[in-house]
Design a protein around this ligand. Sequence first.
Ligand code: 4AD
Length: 553
Amino acid sequence: MSTIYVNELTGADEPSATGSKESPFKTPAYALFISPDAKLFTFKESTEEGVAADYVEISASALKKAKKGAESLKKKEEKNKKLAEDASAKEAEETAKMIEAMKIVIVEDKSLPPANKIKIRSIGDNIDSRVKVQGWIHRLRIQKGLAFVVLRDGTGYVQCVLSGDLANAYQTLNLTIETTLSIWGTIKKLPEGKSAPGGVELIVDYYEVVGLAPAGKDSFTNKIQEGTDPSILMDQRHLALRGETLSAVMKVRATLLGAVRRVYSELSVTEVTPPCMVQTQVEGGSTLFKMDYYGEEAFLTQSSQLYLETCLPALGDVYCIQESFRAEKSHTRRHLSEYTHIEAELAFLSFDELLTHIETVITKTIQYVLNDPIAGPLIKQLNPGFVAPQFPFKRMEYIHALDWLNENGIPNEEGEAFKFGDDIAEAAERKMTDTIGVPILLTRFPVEIKSFYMQKCKDDPRVTESVDVLMPTVGEITGGSMRISDKEELLEGFAREGIDAKAYYWFIDQRTYGTCPHGGYGLGTERILAWLCNRFTVRDCSLYPRFTGRCKP
Ligand code: 4AD
């Protein structure tokens, strides 16, 4: 029987230790694991004065404990060995499978009927036909002898089924999410009980890889995951856009812009494209983005309104869909630094006619979007409870809104009861709109809290012929007004706001060379979308949102 030494202070439980006095083990369990029949000596500090510390034979109880420990170390070793064996068997199996897979050559069967190249949108019109589709792998499932690829091409999704050699081939086993493919196959209606997008699947007879996306640490799913930090998602916006929700909102957005153009065309309102680089302000100097324009000070436009006004005598009623820029300091869920502004300007009309026009444009546009074969179903998916706004909207004067807020215990920004002249800030406005639960045309705001160009009401010069359209869940989506048509009164407005009127000569001339009663409004595209698609913030409704601290990618 060998003698083995254990020293908990200086020993080591590793193959380099020998168990000698010079090279002891650290624990008795390890010592017995290495040498089961050994006689163990453990190092003990002496308790008696003058007696040196030394090795003593292990006690019976410590020995019992050590035997148990050694047994569990043995079990652990056996388990690890088994795992290693299994892993290497699996690896061998994988290698064999890959070698087999590499032998498979995928070729197109030229005896098949020629394929019609289609977009996924029209799969339903091509049942039982041989087609070619091209797109990105949205989802991928590979199992024994079968591979399911959900292909996305921006117009829709289709489930593609690969079987036999196609499923077992090396290139199939190495497919990754977001790889681009060209696929040939026959579209089949799904049998009862099976489900896939559009109720059809593509039975693949041949396919080619166009661009293989990375696997492993650079894989798409590693970059974009559910629950990823929003700022990382913003950095990866170009990839996040490929997701089902964001891409759906962008499709609704496209339809919305198309629908609003259709409505304006029906109302004989002409589209114009005013400049974005300007040297005048519209909505207050504090939110202007300044820029150097060949050595002169210029700004990014806050609104195209002033330019639209100048178009009235030339083109009649006009509109534009243009980016507006606001250096908003506040981080709110409904403010962007750049947004798509739908603005219209109409001549020879009354305030009441302006309100009716706004309701018409909103209700008709929304109806067209809901009736659209692409956007309609997407809105159902994104916002199942959406109720189309009914014409006419509820109308409410600012002064009555104050009464409503006070009666409902909603305080102003100072935490006090609302009084005439107070701004109805975002939170209070949203509470009121959400409680009332229907679109509201909020009218007749005080002169002091509205812009310099707004026409005063004839029956009460303290207030203006102004309107905000408020929608449940987002609040204000539209701001508009009748414009001051009298030159002198307009100049007073400039003076009141401390704006030098000189730079506005072209805008003032609109009052000099044949003035007319006129009015207009601006609709925030992203705010309408947030309401329509039930998004928490306008950031989810813009392609590449710009807000404080974010100007990339
Ligand atoms: O109420 P606003 O500031 O009105 C104007 O700019 C007028 N000159 C428009 C006009 O009469 N032609 O803005 C109009 C709309 C708001 O109701 C809101 O929907 C949107 O533009 N909006 C914003 N959207 C996103 N981010 C911002 N920072 C926005 N500021 C205004």
